[in-house]
Design a protein around this ligand. Structure first.
Ligand code: SAM
Length: 280
């Protein structure tokens, strides 16, 4: 039986053709340990040829980050065509890997890859899970990771602010001290805004009937940066580039049951990021 088209690709095909989606990250490829990784997005992954929704540049940045951090226990949000999960599974230092996606149907290519390499005890993919379902995410950490702790979380799922904050609040407290929380595509709204500005022929601003834009994910990137000052024992460092921002878990204990992002940034200047704050 052929695999149903994943919901995320169905949405994407509403705004671009399958051919342009397959090529949107350049279409180049690299081979690691006998597995080919193709930069693009198409529903055609096989156990030895995965589509990875990342450009060649981003894959290189990831590999540099991973080789520096060498995480053993990794939790990834956002499976798509399995490319990033398979890539992580091939990193020698990754010992335990859990990935989730809200797509209801399993990805047979990834299951077959895991089976063929005997990784059933260390790599697991879970479907039909929303990244905002913090209780389920926390349960997966408890069930699958030694000491109920993670060394690296990668959020490459919805890129929607509220949903990303929900995952952060569930998973950041479950990082081991020194562990990293990586938010991919954090700057996408900024790049989009810059493209709109570049494309406009005058400086009249957006049209009056422009729809309200959602809270940009970039806000979470800024909040993590601010937290390195306002809660430096909890978030003790951020590493940032135009593709992703990564926040490091400091040594200060936190209670996962009551952990809230807003508490990290409250600090001495309440409302620092509030709408209109600081404007004359
Ligand atoms: C950018 S793709 C992931 C790409 C993959 N990490 C890679 O590098 O090849 C985003 C994925 O997140 C999933 N997704 C979107 N919204 C989600 C949500 N609210 N919860 C969980 N997964 C979600 C989509 O179904 C899609 O498969």
């Amino acid at each position: 039986m052929s695999r149903p088209l994943p919901a995320n690709l169905k949405d994407l095909y509403g705004v671009m053709t399958p051919e342009s989606a397959a090529q949107m990250y350049g279409g180049g490829s690299l081979v690691i340990d006998g597995v080919e990784f193709v930069s693009g997005y198409a529903p055609d992954s096989t156990p030895d040829r995965f589509y990875i929704v990342k450009s060649a540049e981003l894959i290189a940045m990831y590999r540099e980050f991973l080789d520096a951090v060498r995480p053993a226990r990794v939790f990834e949000l956002g499976i798509a065509e399995g490319g990033s999960v398979a890539l992580l599974a091939l990193m020698s230092y990754v010992e335990q890997l859990v990935a989730i996606d809200n797509e209801p149907n399993r990805l047979p290519a990834l299951d077959d890859f895991i089976g063929a390499r005997g990784l059933e005890g260390s790599v697991s993919a879970h479907y039909g899970i929303d990244q905002a379902d913090g209780a389920t995410l926390a349960g997966l950490v408890e069930r699958h990771f030694d000491h109920g702790e993670v060394d690296l979380v990668i959020d490459d799922a919805s890129h929607v602010y509220d949903l990303s904050v929900a995952s952060f609040e569930a998973l950041f407290p479950r990082l081991a001290p020194g562990g990293w929380y990586l938010l991919e595509d954090w700057a996408q709204p900024l790049k989009f805004a810059a493209a709109v500005v570049r494309a406009s022929t005058d400086d009249a601003g957006p049209p009056a009937d422009a729809p309200d834009l959602p809270v940009p994910l970039s806000r979470l990137g800024l909040e993590l940066t601010i937290a390195t000052c306002t809660a430096s024992g909890v978030v003790d460092r951020v590493m940032v580039n135009h593709e992703f921002i990564a926040a490091r878990r400091g040594p200060e204990p936190v209670d996962p049951a009551s952990f809230r992002l807003a508490d990290l940034t409250a600090g001495p200047v309440p409302g620092f990021l509030a709408e209109g704050a600081g404007r004359a």
